[in-house]
Structures are given as C-alpha cells and as structure tokens.
Design a protein around this ligand. Structure first.
Ligand code: 5GP
Ligand code: ZN
Length: 114
C-alpha cells in the first residue's frame, strides 16, 4: 500500500533499525521502546491487522512466529521469557494500520495489560 508507514519501512523507504529481514517479513526496533528489547515484526505484504488475516494470507503469520522464536534464541531471551502482542483496531489501541507483532523482552511483564 503506497501510503502506509510500515509498508514504507519494510521497503526501506523510511529508515529504521533493522533486527531481521527476509522475503516475507521485516523486523525493526520500535521507535518508542516499552522494554529493554522491543521490536516489531511486520509482513512485507500489506495486511491491516489480525482482523484481516485469512486462510490465504495466514501462512505469513506462521512464518513470522517461527522467525520470532528463532530470534528469541539468537538474541538470548527465549529462556527468560518474553511477550508478543498485536493490537487490533481502535479499542485495541492499534495506531499503525499494518499488521505488526510487538516483541517485548528484558523485563518482567505485568498482567493484565492496560
Ligand atoms: P501499535 O500502537 O499500532 O500497536 O504499534 C505501533 C508501534 O509503532 C508503536 O509502538 C510505535 O512506537 C511504533 N512506531 C510508530 N511510528 C514508528 C516509526 O516511524 N518507526 C518505528 N521504528 N516505530 C514506529
Ligand atoms: Zn502497509
């Protein structure tokens, strides 16, 4: 999508601090980190949110979770634990309408989230 912040970041048109990339997804540090480690993983293809996941586009979501699991090992926080969050829509406090998974690590999380 031409006018989407995360499409542009994934395409390298807007700079970001890259954590990982492949043909299907791009991971980069959140500009406003909420934990010592806080990065976002997005599909390169524009999908608005979890609500727009279908049987057809769902494989990229599985791929992203496999990437997160691998990065959690490589970056050393798999053992201590971490959180993956996806906000959806207005009440879910989604501010960027391109599917993204927050990966937060490096501190104890609280429950329930606010
Ligand atoms: P949401 O609120 O939609 O769940 O998450 C959007 C996230 O994107 C927020 O945590 C916010 O800090 C991050 N963000 C917004 N704009 C930018 C940007 O231009 N660059 C980066 N790296 N992160 C951004
Ligand atoms: Zn997009």
């Amino acid at each position: 999508m031409s006018d989407c912040l995360f499409c542009k970041i994934a395409a390298g048109e807007i700079p970001s601090k890259k954590v990982y990339e492949d043909d299907l997804c791009y991971a980069f540090c959140d500009i406003n980190p909420q934990a010592p480690t806080h990065f976002l993983v997005v599909p390169r293809a524009h999908i608005q949110s979890v609500s727009a996941v279908t049987e057809e586009n769902a494989p990229v979501v599985g791929h992203i979770f496999a990437v997160i699991a691998r990065l959690s090992e490589e970056l050393g926080f798999a053992g201590s634990g971490y959180r993956v969050v996806s906000n959806i829509g207005e009440a879910g406090q989604q501010t960027v309408p391109h599917l993204h998974f927050h990966v937060l690590a490096g501190r104890d999380m609280t429950w329930p989230p606010g």
